[in-house]
Design a protein around this ligand. Structure first.
Ligand SMILES: *Cc1c(COP(=O)(O)O)cnc(C)c1O
Length: 401
């Protein structure tokens, strides 16, 4: 704090008007589109095909077109999309699936029911995505041990930013592995002229309500360029049965999307291109205001992100976060526990592999409010409060000299 900013002058300063800025705000979005959503939901109630109805087929066509993917298969959730994607690739016991250690627990959780082994790879400190040299190291290590079969690389597009698919694909080709994307956060992103959904041979997306494209319940999709994989996922999502047939052709699950969620998603998909613009504009405003104060997200040349989250790093994050909370600013910690520190995944931890970047990020990342209806003066308020919270932290107390 500057020397002039003493207790005496503080008393003369205008009192800061406390605002309430949430991390996400689905109510404002809902207010924009509820009439259209009600019309589409009413149509579902009318026709009564509640599971895999006409809205689901319409959504699948529009999603495939949006992503530039040959197939989009609408499913029950993001986590189920990952599991079904891996089932279609015949992933099972003895197979190694390489995933970043810094991600949501569902990335690993979706692998375990198949009996396959998640292998944790460290991430890049700047992009937060899978670090390709460590990926190469991890594959070589598993090959050298000779116990597991390296089978799938599953990058995660964290906070919406696509992983380094060009480099990852090269590594996959070199070692004879398949790339299957956990694109749960990145629908709407892309690299160059290719969109998420078409960056890997097969990708899994989530429509959880707070994802960039969100339903009003659970939902997800599998995107693929491959006809056989698409057919496999379609069978798997309906108990392995084809059409009305009784025969289970392969092991399946209850993996379907319901028509009401598809109706909601159709309205949201219409609004999505404009929302992506708005999210990126908000991110640019944050970048401008936060420049020189905290690290701003690094988007490599040619990469596009939906900014599912706008995430920065702070050494004393928890203190700053508590201050922001008092000031009405909602923040999120994605993720404060890296995969190798979750009790559920203990048996996959390799003591000789450090995963140091994932550990550090878990203690430093903090996500600021971002959603398409956030106002620019709210961005200004968040940044102002963040600056204040950081300076308070640096000084140790509010008016400390
Ligand atoms: C949200 C998310 C999932 C799971 O999606 P659900 O729809 O919640 O099942 C998986 N992986 C990542 C990286 C996610 O962010």
């Amino acid at each position: 704090m500057s020397p002039s900013n003493t207790s005496a002058s503080v008393a003369e300063q205008p009192k800061i008007v406390r605002r309430s800025v949430n991390l996400f705000d689905l109510k404002r979005q809902q207010a924009r589109m509820h009439e259209r959503i009600e019309v589409r939901i009413a149509a579902v109630l009318e026709h009564g095909q509640f599971i895999l109805g006409p809205e689901v087929r319409e959504l699948e066509e529009k999603l495939a077109e949006f992503a530039g993917a040959k197939h989009a298969i609408a499913v029950s959730s993001g986590r189920d999309a990952i599991t079904m994607m891996l089932m279609a690739l015949d992933v099972g016991p003895g197979d190694a699936v390489f995933i970043p250690a810094f991600t949501f627990s569902a990335t690993a959780g979706a692998i375990m029911p198949l009996g396959a082994t998640p292998v944790f790879v460290d991430v890049d400190p700047v992009t937060f995505n899978m670090e390709v040299n460590d990926l190469d190291r991890a594959i070589r290590q598993v090959q050298a041990e000779g116990v597991l079969t390296p089978k799938v690389i599953m990058p995660v597009d964290l906070y919406g930013l696509p992983a380094d698919y060009p480099a990852i694909t090269e590594i996959a080709d070199r070692h004879g592995l398949i790339v299957a994307a956990d694109a749960a956060q990145s629908v709407g992103g892309g690299i160059g002229d290719r969109n998420v959904g078409a960056l890997a041979p097969i990708s899994a997306a989530s429509f959880y309500p707070t994802k960039p494209l969100g339903a009003y319940g659970d939902g997800g999709a599998v995107f693929t360029q491959n006809d056989d994989l698409a057919e496999a996922v379609r069978l798997i999502r309906t108990h392995g049965r084809q059409g009305d047939g009784d025969e289970a052709i392969r092991l399946g699950m209850t993996g379907r999307l319901d028509s009401i969620q598809a109706a909601v998603l159709l309205v949201k998909l219409d609004a999505f291109p404009a929302e992506l613009e708005a999210r990126n504009e908000i991110a640019r405003e944050y970048n401008k205001r936060l420049n020189g104060i905290v690290p701003t997200p690094h988007i490599p040349d040619g990469y596009r992100t939906p900014f599912a989250l706008y995430t920065t790093k702070l050494p004393e994050r928890d203190t700053v976060r508590a201050r922001l909370q008092e000031d009405g600013v909602g923040t999120g910690l994605f993720y404060r526990i890296p995969l190798h520190r979750h009790p559920a995944f203990k048996r996959f931890v390799r003591d000789d592999v450090p995963l140091a970047v994932s550990d550090r990020l878990a203690n430093e990342v903090i996500s600021l409010p971002i959603h398409p209806d956030l106002e620019m003066d709210e961005v200004a308020y968040v940044v102002e409060r963040l600056e204040e919270a950081i300076s308070v932290r640096a000084d140790g107390q509010a008016d400390g000299a």
